[in-house]
Design a protein around this ligand. Sequence first.
Ligand code: PEP
Ligand code: MN
Length: 263
Amino acid sequence: AVSREMHPEDSIVKVGSLEIGGSGFAVIAGPCAVESYEQMSTTAKAVAAAGAHGLRGGAFKPRTSPYSFQGLGLEGLKILKQVREETGLPVITEVVEVADVEAVEEYADAFQVGARNMQNFRLLTALGQAKKPVFLKRGMAATIKDVLMSAEYIAAEGNNKIILCERGIRTFETGTRNTLDLSAVCQFKQLSHLPVMIDPSHGTGVRDYVAPMAYAAAAAGADGILVEVHVDPKEALSDGAQSLYPEQFAELMKQMKPFAEAA
Ligand code: PEP
Ligand code: MN
């Protein structure tokens, strides 16, 4: 069970060799999507050099429009595995359907469940039967309790390696892509023992808002952040406007040092 009542101590979830939860602060960075070996490898080396602890990149992209880039699929997973070997960074990538669970588990260190699939209960059940950790993102219209019930679907099958992620919700505000609900950290921590991360990239949709929200996440007591970084954001096939330039990410890591060092 994911509730604090059943398990008073904070849990720590290991993604490869990276421990998420406890006293550390984990920074997982990388592009929205795996676009090519070159793009992934260059971005990965830049975030590794800046001090990131983990690598992200989507091979299966659940896009709002069916005409947008949908990801490289299996080829993307292979690129991630190769780059993981080159950098030594554990890799997290999204899984969008039950049929892909096995392949994603073979190539990545953790499964990401995206906002659009947070209540795909068949997928959650399948992930509960898998071995690797699950990074569960809040649906854009999901309450805190909805997220915890989704986590429960995974835990009910025996997989307790779950990380919760606040990535912004839909409100009337249009100045940002989503409204980042930082109070989610407090609520998740009060109600559950699971580690909690913040995604300031999807949470704002605006590159220049990412660092301030990352610092705020650390101040709020989050266990880490998931950040989009692209070697050339202007040319990104998805989410370029919210992707940091590698230099911006390096600066963010410098500022985050008091938190990130403990990871
Ligand atoms: C992503 O992490 O690139 C992504 C698609 O996120 P979300 O599911 O939160 O929109
Ligand atoms: Mn994205």
